[in-house]
Every structure is written in C-alpha cells, then in structure tokens.
Design a binder for this molecule. Structure first.
Ligand SMILES: NC(=O)c1ccc[n+]([C@@H]2O[C@H](COP(=O)([O-])OP(=O)(O)OC[C@H]3O[C@@H](n4cnc5c(N)ncnc54)[C@H](OP(=O)(O)O)[C@@H]3O)[C@@H](O)[C@H]2O)c1
Length: 265
C-alpha cells in the first residue's frame, strides 16, 4: 500500500517517539518527508531510518513556537521537488500535501499550585502557540494548491477526554489543541484544507513514564489498570495519523480520533 506516493509530508517533533514513527510510516507509504525539531542529531537518525528503508527525507531544525520557523518549514516542504511532478516547462515542482503538528512537551507531575510559572509558559508556547502558528503557515500554503492539503494535529486524551493528577496545565494546552483544530477545520474545509486530530492515550515513549517509573513498572501498571492491558505503540498512533491524512478519510473533517486502548471509555 502506498497512499502517499508523489506527496510531501511535514512532521514536527520527528526526532523521537510518536513523531519519528509517523515520519517513518509516511515514507514507507511513498511520501517524501520533511522532519522537524530543535535538535539536529535525533532528526538525522530519523532521516537515516527512512533512507535505510529506501525513502526520502529532509531534516530541518526549527522551534515550532517561533512564527518565522513555522514559515521556514512550510517553505522547505513546498520547495522539495517531487521527482515525478513537473510544471509545464518540465521543472520539478513541490507542494506541502500533509502536515502533522506533533511537537509537544509535558511539564508537570505536581499539583497545579506547585507548577513553576515558566512551565506553564513553555507548554503554552510549544503545544498551543506552536500549533496555531503551524496552522496559519500551512493553511496559507495549502489553500493555494490545486489539491489542497491535509493537516493532523496531535492532541492527547488528557484535556479533551479526561483529567489526570499532575497534568492540569498540560491538559489545558491539549484541550486547546483539539478546540483550535475543530474550529480551523470548519473555517478551512472549503479552502481544500482538511484538518483533524489524533488524541493518543499513554504511548510507548518516555513521556508516559511517571517519575521514578521504569518501562516494566509502566507495563505492569498498564496490565493492571488499562482496558487493553497495555499502552499504545507509536506505530499504532502513526496508523491513525496516516488514515486521517489519506484520501480514505476524504469526508472526515474536524474529528478527534482517540487511540488509547479504551482508557477513557
Ligand atoms: N507519549 C505519550 O504517552 C503521549 C500521549 C498523548 C499525547 N502525546 C503527544 O504526542 C506528541 C509526541 O510526544 P512523544 O511522546 O513522542 O514525546 P517526545 O519523544 O518527547 O517527542 C516530542 C518531540 O517534540 C520536539 N519538540 C519539543 N518542543 C519543540 C519545539 N519547541 N519545537 C520543535 N520541536 C519540539 C522534540 O524534539 P526537540 O527537543 O529536539 O525539539 C521531540 O522530538 C506530543 O505532542 C505529546 O504531547 C504523547
């Protein structure tokens, strides 16, 4: 199956965890992928993994909380020529077909009253302002393209779907991501830009480890408390993202797809 052949996908936070799995999955289905994050080394490793499986990727260092970086990422993706797409003059052309706004940070673990104000601002800047700036830059580009584009924002079950101790501020940012995405989806579907959300539950990355917890402690906790009996694999989140970004989901607009093994039922 190659649902993204001839398309360019942009994935933020692609140097690790869910973002890396999403980038690798898009490449495996034919997309050329722009992988973004602040640190170059993890991005280089994602590019290596993609090239190893015969795919094409470009790493671009960027901080999603800066408007100029959001624009840089869109340009980098749209300027990446498709090997097979050519303009009338025969010049290879590019486009931003898919964007996945996945970069995010969690600061918490303590009751809200003890959260340093700086941690509030960091989460707001990355998780909310980062998605806002990305949406603006991506929509401006996608609405000029004949085939439009698809955007998938990564939210969380924390916030839009449930509450959790020590995560009030993070949850507020993720509730904002879902609300922002739903509103933007309505505003821009007639521009040819289809926007959706994936809300993962606890997923196999360090972000879901509680303070002092090992991976096997976490697996034990999941066995004891989660309906599915385990946490979510990064590839399972990626599969949901690819579905929403694909033509299979052409009529799916502004949805928030929960991938949590039944944790919030
Ligand atoms: N893991 C879970 O259980 C879980 C559950 C629900 C939702 N989520 C959400 O899923 C997304 C991915 O999380 P993850 O678990 O894969 O965590 P992760 O491995 O820490 O990935 C987050 C990525 O975002 C990048 N990033 C952070 N701040 C950035 C910034 N200002 N600009 C650009 N890139 C930035 C990081 O790279 P740099 O540090 O190099 O920039 C990192 O690669 C997040 O939005 C998270 O909130 C995770």
């Amino acid at each position: 199956m190659a649902r993204f052949t001839g398309r360019t996908a942009l994935v933020t936070g692609a140097g690790s965890g869910i973002g890396r799995a999403v980038a690798v999955a898009f490449a495996a289905e034919g997309a050329q992928v722009v992988v973004a994050g602040r640190r170059p080394e993890p991005l280089a490793e994602t590019v290596r993994l993609i090239e190893e499986q015969g795919g094409k990727a470009l790493a671009v260092s960027a901080d999603v909380s800066r408007a100029s970086d959001a624009e840089t990422l869109v340009r980098a993706a749209a300027d990446l020529p498709h090997p097979r797409l050519r303009s009338g003059g025969g010049t290879p052309i590019g486009s931003l077909d898919v964007a996945v706004n996945n970069a995010g940070v969690f600061r918490g673990g303590q009751p809200l009253v003890d959260l340093p104000e700086e941690d509030w601002h960091t989460q707001l800047a990355t998780n909310v302002t980062g998605v806002f700036l990305a949406l603006q830059a991506q929509i401006r580009r996608m609405r000029t393209q004949p085939a439009g584009g698809a955007i998938v924002n990564i939210s969380s079950t924390f916030g839009p779907h449930t509450a959790s101790p020590g995560a009030a501020a993070y949850s507020a940012t993720k509730a904002a991501v879902t609300a922002l995405s739903r509103g933007a989806a309505l505003d821009h579907i007639r521009d040819g830009v289809r926007i959706n959300v994936v809300s993962p539950g606890a997923t196999e990355t360090p972000m879901s480890l509680r303070p002092g917890e090992t991976e096997s402690d976490r697996a034990e906790r999941a066995r004891a408390t989660l309906p599915l009996g385990r946490i979510v694999a990064t590839q399972e989140v990626a599969a949901a993202v690819l579905y929403l970004a694909s033509d299979d989901a052409a009529s799916v607009v502004g949805t928030d797809l929960v991938v949590d093994g039944g944790a919030t039922l």
